[in-house]
Ligand binder design. Structure first.
Ligand SMILES: Nc1ncnc2c1ncn2[C@@H]1O[C@H](COP(=O)(O)OP(=O)(O)OP(=O)(O)O)[C@@H](O)[C@H]1O
Ligand SMILES: [Mg+2]
Length: 512
């Protein structure tokens, strides 16, 4: 082995439910993995929070744990790359490093009213799409910053004094890794910044117009950097290691799937599901409910853009069956429960728990279970839950087809739900295209590792990475067209019935 091929890249995958630290070697093989869950806080309906200190503490524990599995010491680590849950937002004190309350998670809908007010005052969502590629929605980070400034007593004054830093989780981790209150760098990468509604997608800088709309003091914001460059050296955890990449987890997964060329797409099935299609240097504005986002930017190169179909609830519906309904004891059990019946028994479950994201963007929608008769059993519910993921995928695949003028020939998938064979088959059936899963299913971590390894020359170029992609599984469509069409029609009807559920309170009724 040539000496430059020794060592490992450390990838941190800071997800919604857990944090993983994975080590990859030069062959792109996963050689060590350590994982910890963190707590989910649901203080009110529609609110979802994380404790950012708990997340940082897991990073501090997990990295040495993974390194110990291969007896690595810091000199064996060629670089560290970060992939993170996106849009989750926090503020912290730059002198103490103390977070201001808990981080507001991407599924949280507390900014819905604020967003409606802004839309009414600012001339509708289109204006925002033009600048930042996103519809005005409580999904994104910028409205959360404004919400914090308006709702945390004293925060605006502290922010204006220069004591407060805002960030998404990538910023929080890089700042802590590079020294925190004693000299930590306050940066974010373009892919994360593209989820704030505050960045101009063309210039890749904070948009003065958007900062004005959201009332964000510029000094609170991180500096926007590319996805693949050295932000600084780690001062703790892996002292001396180069922090050499950061990407939103979905962009990282596209990178890990080696979706480097225009037209290449993947769908990642975790808490939610996210289909991203590379559109190259072209900024495609969706007219079918997709969003435009940065796929990655390598150093000083031109940015690569993507069209994205974001689905809020897929794996978390399985968790809900497990934790809230107690229908299953573990997530994988949903498959055997669903297989206990031959079909959905006529019922459809639309998990509009955070409203509906792509392609509908309906904040006022709420979940629905329709088609119930006394015939329906928990097996049917399990099947309807899995089918919900498949039909939601079809919705975004159709939108991509309509926007980009091309139809998919196969769908590359990854993420925790892809271990469910029934689900993979159902997706192939309802899309009527083959579904393909790669050997390394931890594509989020792999993408972060690839981007960091490219930065430091551990891998020479994207062609070298492409050679490391290997197929591990494939599912062929096997559903007859009439059944598919019938199901699609039923699904669309069920979705329609979720719309408009949250209605403004009549005068004199306090909201809960
Ligand atoms: N066999 C299975 N069938 C269906 N769903 C599953 C299965 N195994 C895991 N899941 C679901 O997949 C999700 C976990 O996937 P994954 O580990 O990719 O998510 P994650 O990376 O933790 O998500 P995030 O990054 O959003 O935190 C959970 O929501 C879980 O309910
Ligand atoms: Mg994940």
């Amino acid at each position: 082995m040539r000496p430059e091929h020794r060592g490992y890249v450390v990838a941190l995958d800071q997800g919604t439910t857990s944090t993983r630290c994975i080590l990859f070697d030069h062959a792109g093989r996963l050689v060590a993995v350590a994982q910890r869950e963190h707590r989910q806080f649901f203080p009110r309906p529609g609110w979802v929070e994380h404790d950012a200190r708990e997340i940082w503490r897991s990073v501090v524990k997990l990295v040495p744990e993974a390194m110990a599995q291969v007896d690595a010491d810091p000199s064996d680590i060629v670089a560290l790359g970060i992939a993170n849950q996106r849009e989750t937002t926090l503020a912290w004190d730059r002198r103490t490093g103390e977070p201001v309350g808990r981080a507001i998670v991407w599924q949280d809908t507390r900014t819905a009213d604020l967003v409606a007010d802004i839309a009414a005052a600012e001339g509708g969502p289109e204006r925002f799409v033009d600048v930042c590629g996103l519809p005005l929605s409580s999904y994104f980070a910028g409205p959360r910053m404004r919400w914090l400034l308006e709702n945390v007593p004293g925060l605006r004054a502290r922010a204006e004094r220069g004591d407060i830093l805002f960030g998404t989780i990538d910023s929080w981790l890089v700042w802590n890794l590079t020294g925190g209150a004693s000299g930590g760098v306050h940066v974010t990468d373009v892919t994360n910044a593209s989820r704030t509604m505050l960045m101009d997608l063309r210039t890749l800088r904070w948009s003065p117009e958007m900062l004005e709309v959201f009332g964000i003091p510029p000094a609170t914001l991180p500096e926007i950097r590319s996805s693949s460059e050295v932000y600084g050296l780690a001062r703790s955890v892996v002292p001396g290691a180069r922090i050499a990449a950061a990407l939103g987890d979905q962009q990282a997964a596209l990178f890990g799937q080696t979706g480097f060329d225009p037209g290449e797409a993947k769908c990642t099935y975790g808490t939610g599901a996210f289909l991203l299609m590379n559109t190259g240097q072209e900024l495609i504005r969706s007219t079918h409910g997709l969003i435009t986002t940065v796929a990655h930017r390598i150093g000083d190169a031109e940015p690569t853009y993507a069209l994205e179909g974001s689905i809020a609830v897929t794996g978390s519906l399985v968790q809900w069956l497990r934790d809230n309904l107690g229908l299953i004891a573990t997530a994988p059990e949903v498959e055997s429960l669903a297989r206990s019946v031959p079909d959905n028994g006529g019922c459809y479950l639309v998990p509009a728990f955070s409203g509906l994201y792509a392609p509908h963007w309906r904040p006022e929608a709420r979940g629905i279970l329709v088609g119930l008769t006394s015939f329906v059993t928990k097996g049917h519910l399990a099947r309807a839950a899995l089918e919900a993921t498949a039909w939601q995928t079809r919705e975004v695949v159709e939108a991509v087809g309509a926007d980009a003028g091309l139809s998919l020939t196969a769908l590359r998938v990854d993420g925790g739900m892809t271990s469910n064979n029934l689900l993979m088959q159902t997706i192939a059936d309802v899309l009527d295209v083959p579904v393909v899963r790669p050997m390394v299913s931890e594509t989020v971590s792999l993408g972060a590792a690839y981007a960091a390894g490219l930065t430091v020359g551990f891998w020479s170029d994207t062609a070298a990475l492409r050679r490391r992609w290997h197929r591990a599984g494939q599912w062929e469509p096997a559903m007859d067209a009439a059944a598919r069409d019938r199901g699609w029609t039923d699904w669309q009807e069920a979705v329609r019935r979720t719309f408009g559920w949250i209605r403004p309170d009549p005068p004199g009724v306090a909201s809960s």
